[in-house]
Design a protein around this ligand. Structure first.
Ligand SMILES: Cc1cc2nc3c(=O)[nH]c(=O)nc-3n(C[C@H](O)[C@H](O)[C@H](O)COP(=O)(O)OP(=O)(O)OC[C@H]3O[C@@H](n4cnc5c(N)ncnc54)[C@H](O)[C@@H]3O)c2cc1C
Length: 449
């Protein structure tokens, strides 16, 4: 079967691209290949991630520049969600709850207060509130707390909690409705991509496909395919699993804590589960594992293919973990997953949010939490903070650690533009219409346009 474009991976990234191409380009001959029988079964599954639509307003490890970029992409997802809801009801794709970042103690309070002028300007709905208002939104933050402890929070009503699997299904269904010619191959595993003259030959367990251009949106697996074609040789993956502890009816809103700027992971937070708002989830932790998919032990050897069998990634890991902040963070997080002591030490983190939480109120959530493909750059021996997009000749590889689900449409927009070049501009991407539908609408509602 020959296609103009093939997308590999039916998570939120691959399906967002499928939707973008179907709605905003005139490319019709598109194929999407997914190895599982449904969309969003790996990191986009609601059990695997933190379900937060990250805008950059309450993530204190983001610079203003990073926040601007993430906000633009998150606005696209928010506008898509609100439109989908207006058409068919929310179908359980998302819930909206208040969201805050909480500063505890003098130093954190000062840091958050200093952050507010610039971030408040970028996010006009973000309010700075003191103890009394914090208690009105989330009484358990104050219960049992030392009355002398300083508290400050940045709060917004726009706490979107998203089931990214349902979002993937929604993207795919809308794409198919808009463009019935697209082909979706489920339960089809790509085994090899071979460059065949100007085309790509894609070998799967269900036969071969041909395509002029390819986007690999297979999460951490994207790096295996990139390396097999000679790209991304200086990258390795540090697979950082994230676990959660859960309890009943502890919080009504999303409460994030302050994050260390050096760390590429969202700080521990507590919030209601999108599938059952009575359940409060605390997490995620961050522990290195040797698998590309959490709880899928067959991905052990695939992990080593992305790591690379050479001394370079080992030297990078040694350099990265010689940083005291990173080393202590990793050590603490390894302990959180251990029986008995894990819960006791994790409770110290939870108590920053809910001071009087009792031991029996939360339990380790078995089988919950995916693994984030953090990129190690072996040329600089550093951990890269965001997603990686490797551009090849007529092929793109996307590796998507957090907040990859929030930026799925932003990524899709970039990839759609690039694909038009790959296809010698025989097709057009209506970028202006895309932005009018998904970006500018938000500026209008905020009264900035
Ligand atoms: C603990 C944790 C918390 C997170 N929290 C957040 C958050 O709050 N907000 C946020 O925005 N992001 C968050 N993320 C990140 C987010 O989950 C991911 O960035 C996002 O889901 C990536 O989507 P994807 O489609 O790129 O990858 P995936 O969802 O992993 O999809 C990749 C797809 O490719 C398929 N595939 C792989 N190999 C093959 C093959 N050989 N052949 C065919 N198909 C293949 C897989 O089956 C899968 O369906 C979190 C991640 C973790 C682990």
């Amino acid at each position: 079967m020959k296609h103009d474009v093939i997308i590999i991976g039916g998570g939120v990234s691959g399906t967002a691209l499928l939707y973008t191409l179907s709605k905003y380009t005139n490319v019709k001959n598109i194929g999407l290949i997914e190895k599982y029988s449904d969309f969003g079964m790996v990191n986009s599954s609601p059990t695997m991630n933190s379900q937060t639509l990250h805008f950059g307003d309450i993530e204190t490890n983001y610079t203003l520049e990073k926040a601007k970029k993430v906000k633009r992409a998150a606005d696209m997802v928010m506008n898509y969600l609100e439109d989908a809801k207006a058409v068919r009801g929310d179908e359980g794709i998302f819930i909206k709850v208040p969201k805050m970042v909480l500063a505890v103690g003098k130093h954190q309070v000062k840091a958050l207060r200093d952050r507010y002028p610039s971030f408040g300007h970028l996010f006009p709905k973000l309010k700075m509130v003191g103890k009394e208002d914090i208690g009105k939104i989330e009484p358990r933050i104050l219960e049992g707390r030392d009355p002398g402890e300083e508290l400050l929070a940045l709060v917004t009503e726009d706490g979107y909690t998203v089931d990214f699997r349902k979002l993937s299904q929604s993207f795919a269904n809308n794409a198919k409705a808009l463009c019935p010619d697209i082909s979706i191959y489920m339960s089809t595993k790509v085994e090899k991509i071979i460059r065949d003259g100007v085309n790509f030959n894609i070998k799967t367990n269900k036969g071969e496909f041909e395509s002029s251009a390819v986007v690999v949106a297979a999460g951490s697996h994207s790096l295996i395919f990139a390396k097999s074609l000679g790209y991304g040789k200086s990258y390795s993956i540090l697979s950082m699993s994230g676990s959660f502890y859960t309890g009943s009816n502890i919080l009504n809103s999303k409460v994030y804590t302050m994050q260390t700027p050096k760390l590429p992971f969202a700080a521990v937070h507590g919030d209601p589960d999108v599938q059952n708002a009575q359940i409060t989830r605390f997490g995620p932790t961050a522990k290195p594992i040797f698998f590309l998919e959490r709880y899928n032990y067959s991905t052990f050897w695939e992990y080593w293919k992305t790591f690379g069998i050479s001394i370079k990634p080992v030297l990078s890991i040694l350099k990265i973990s010689s940083d005291r902040i990173i080393f202590n963070y990793l050590l603490k997080n390894v302990v959180y997953d251990l029986p008995w002591i894990g819960k006791r030490s994790f409770l110290n983190e939870v108590r920053k949010i809910v001071p009087n939480i009792k031991h029996e109120e939360i339990k380790f959530a078995k089988g919950i939490g995916g693994t984030r493909p953090q990129i190690i750059n072996n040329a600089t021996k550093n951990l890269e903070l965001g997603e990686a997009k490797i551009l090849g000749e007529n092929i793109i590889f996307n590796i998507t650690p957090s907040p990859g689900a929030s930026t799925c449409l932003g990524n899709a927009c970039e990839d759609a533009s690039k694909l038009m070049e790959f296809l010698s501009n025989r097709f057009t991407f209506e970028k202006v219409r895309f932005e009018k539908d998904l970006v500018e609408k938000d500026l209008i509602s905020e009264g900035r346009k």
